[in-house]
Design a protein around this ligand. Structure first.
Ligand SMILES: [Zn+2]
Length: 376
């Protein structure tokens, strides 16, 4: 197998280069982070390609209890959460991929080639309608974050959350208190929107987008009349490269890990980094074919070689409550949910009151001319 031996030689060369770096990096400063990251990445790539068993076993037990003890040990400082639609179902938001929900039926009429096409920019540029139909259904402010969302807020408050990567567009992570760099919304966010034209990229705010969405207008740029899409234009892969090699614990919740680039991210953490899945079914397991070809790194919960992956099969809320309980945070989490839900309810009441006042004022002065529609 000449291919394998070539890789082996390359790996040995790499390792001899990386040794001095490794020795220095015991008390690694931020300046060394970039070099470290690159080495971690290469080491991971080659060790997974060659199946080198250099990975340390970090968890004393492949259970939720084992994960809790690891978090309490103080060695786990950078937790990354990857979350999908499953964390929002208990908020009342149906998964648009599930037949039988109103949302699914609603999107059927658009004849999507496959459900995830709704989030793909090439499809969006040709057919923006289904995205905005979904956006209207899921518009922020109509739902309350779940126990699982507040568990991530608790991780943040305790200084343990490196970042949350979300596939959802319901923005409940933000409502729960994740903000700025805490959060990467892989499919975009309503908070800022941009013109999709490469040479324009004009930015629009939440209020502007809200008016468009609720008037069933397809939002178009004032400047160049290209489509406007919720979301920011920073490269998500920039974050992958700085976050994943330095992750101490990956928590995957409410996603079946079937959509790229999300699905591939679980293999971007180091070989020794424990990975906890909280989901209604197992997901992300290694594809035997890809495994053979050296692109492995999928989850391994059950084989004799399993050493770091834990599957907790439950709803995301139950899983987070159970973990919080093991960490001694349960009362704190429940109190946070109670307080925040009460705050959102009272805010809703205030907003509704002022909206009906506003509507009455508008009705009495009904003179606002409709905005002229822009043609392509
Ligand atoms: Zn524009």
């Amino acid at each position: 197998q000449p291919f394998t031996s070539l890789l082996l030689v390359q790996t040995l060369v790499l390792m001899s280069v990386s040794c001095p770096l490794q020795e220095q990096s015991d008390d690694s400063s931020e300046e060394e982070a970039a070099g470290d990251t690159e080495m971690d990445f290469l080491r991971n790539l080659f060790s997974s390609t060659l199946g080198l068993g250099s990975a340390d076993k970090v968890l004393d037990e492949l259970t939720l209890e084992g994960v809790a003890r690891y978090i309490q040990s103080g060695k786990c400082k950078n937790i990354i959460c990857m979350v999908g639609a499953g964390i929002s179902t208990s908020a009342g938001i149906p998964d648009f991929r599930s037949p039988g929900t109103g949302l699914y039926a609603n999107l059927q009429k658009y004849n999507l080639p496959y459900p995830e096409a709704i989030f793909q920019i090439d499809y969006f540029k040709k057919h923006p309608e289904p995205f905005f139909a979904l956006a209207k259904e899921l518009y922020p402010g109509q739902f309350k974050p779940t126990v699982c969302h507040y568990f991530m807020k608790l991780l943040k408050d305790k200084g343990l959350l490196r970042r949350c990567y979300s596939q959802n567009i319901d923005t409940l992570e933000r409502v729960a208190g994740l903000e700025g760099d805490d959060l990467i919304e892989a499919h975009g966010t309503f908070y800022t929107s941009h013109c999709v034209s490469f040479c324009c990229r004009k930015e629009y705010n939440l209020d502007w987008m809200k008016v468009k969405i609720f008037s069933d207008d397809i939002p178009r740029c004032d400047k160049c009349s290209s489509l406007v899409k919720p979301g920011r234009w920073i490269s998500v892969s920039f974050y992958f490269s700085i976050d994943f090699p330095r992750c101490d614990l990956l928590i995957v919740m409410g996603t079946s890990l079937q959509v790229q680039p999300f699905a591939g991210l679980v293999s971007r953490v180091s070989k020794s980094c424990p990975r906890l899945l909280i989901n209604m079914e197992k997901a992300g397991q290694a594809d035997p074919l890809f495994g053979l070809m050296g692109f492995g790194g999928g989850m391994d919960f059950d084989s004799d070689k399993a050493y770091r992956d834990v599957a907790h099969i439950s709803t995301c809320d139950d899983g987070c409550l159970a973990l919080a309980d093991l960490l001694g945070w349960k009362a704190e989490l429940e109190e946070l949910v109670k307080q925040e839900h009460a705050r959102i309810d009272s805010q809703d009441k205030k907003e509704k009151a002022s909206e009906s006042k506003g509507a009455a004022a508008k009705a009495s002065s009904a003179s606002a001319a409709p905005e002229p529609k822009k043609e392509e």
